[in-house]
Design a protein around this ligand. Structure first.
Ligand SMILES: [Zn+2]
Length: 316
């Protein structure tokens, strides 16, 4: 390519020669320069217009910015709504769990007083409350709801812990109630007034008797701790087991006692052997159940569970 430059005063013409590569380079340089300049102008004009409030341009700028805010707002709104729907779903499931928790704790025997204490300790505003689905909530509302759910969950956790401990107590008390037969033999002489085999006079028989050959193993009627293993003029070799809650069992007239004071005993564990020591007319086990030191009819325990009067005593 040739470019001719003619100067008017000297009437001389200069010829400039360009090849293709040079031309392309020149064009690119021009383009880049133009873009830079227009960018700078745009930046300068819009910034200054927005800052100084030029009539038309600043309104345009405001429109653009407002649109951007609206878009961001819409995005946030959609996100919040999605979160709210999930939180609402969680709330619904928690309400179901709460209802189930109430039924379970009721079955476990958690008392109304315990529940009241729990509710009293609950932080203000955190006590379950009715399930209100959130409709287009603000971030704060969503936050509050989640905080409430946290408190409610804490409370539910406490409730279940309470129920667990009550259930455990119940299990323990059934473990400790002497309702296993110490010997698998029919009962000979029952609890109550009978004519004393030695004096012939009416006297209270404070336990039940199982006639059995000497040496027959005697099994603990419930889990407990060995209270004493002393010789007693009337009971002979007497074994006493403490089952807690004021419950004690006595196994009398033993030929041998197989455990020591303080030993932990499991239900059904062999603890002694039948004999005829003490005030006895022949080999047999004299079995007593005492509640707070008062002899009870052991047959009622062996028949299954403590009698109603005992049910109160075991609750202490
Ligand atoms: Zn007896």
């Amino acid at each position: 390519m040739q470019i001719l430059i003619t100067s008017g005063s000297t009437a001389r013409t200069r010829v400039l020669n360009f090849n293709h590569a040079q031309l392309a380079l020149a064009c690119t340089a021009l383009l880049v320069g133009l873009m830079l300049v227009s960018g700078l102008v745009y930046h300068f004009v819009f910034l200054t217009a927005a800052r100084e409030g030029w009539p038309v341009v600043s309104q345009l700028v405001k429109l653009v910015v407002r649109d951007e805010f609206a878009q961001r707002d819409r995005f946030m709104r959609e996100n919040l709504d999605a979160m709210a729907s999930r939180v609402g779903d969680l709330q619904g499931r928690m309400v179901k769990l709460e209802a189930m928790g109430e039924r379970v704790t009721g079955l476990a025997g958690v008392k109304v007083d315990d529940l009241k204490a729990l509710q009293r300790d609950a932080k203000p505003g955190g006590s379950g409350g009715p399930y209100v689905p959130l409709d287009h909530p603000t971030l704060e509302q969503l936050n509050d709801t989640i905080t409430q759910m946290e408190h409610s969950l804490d409370q539910q956790g406490d409730l279940f812990t309470l129920a667990e401990s009550r259930l455990f107590e119940k299990r323990l008390s059934t473990l400790m109630v002497p309702n296993s037969k110490p010997i698998d033999m029919p009962v000979g002489s029952g609890f109550g007034f009978r004519s004393d085999p030695f004096t012939g006079r009416a006297a209270l028989h404070t336990g039940i008797d199982f006639a059995a050959p000497p040496g027959t193993p005697i099994l603990a009627a419930a889990g407990g701790v060995v209270l004493s293993t002393d010789y007693h003029p009337q009971y002979g070799n007497l074994l006493e087991l403490d089952h807690g809650n004021g419950l004690v069992t006595r196994y009398a007239h033993n030929s041998r006692i197989l455990v020591k004071t303080g030993d932990l005993i499991k239900r059904g564990q062999p603890v002694a052997q039948v004999g005829s020591t003490g005030r006895s007319t022949g080999p047999h086990l004299h079995f007593e159940v005492l509640v707070d030191g008062v002899p009870q009819d052991p047959a009622r325990f062996l028949a299954g569970g403590p009698p109603p009067a005992m049910a109160n005593a075991t609750k202490r």
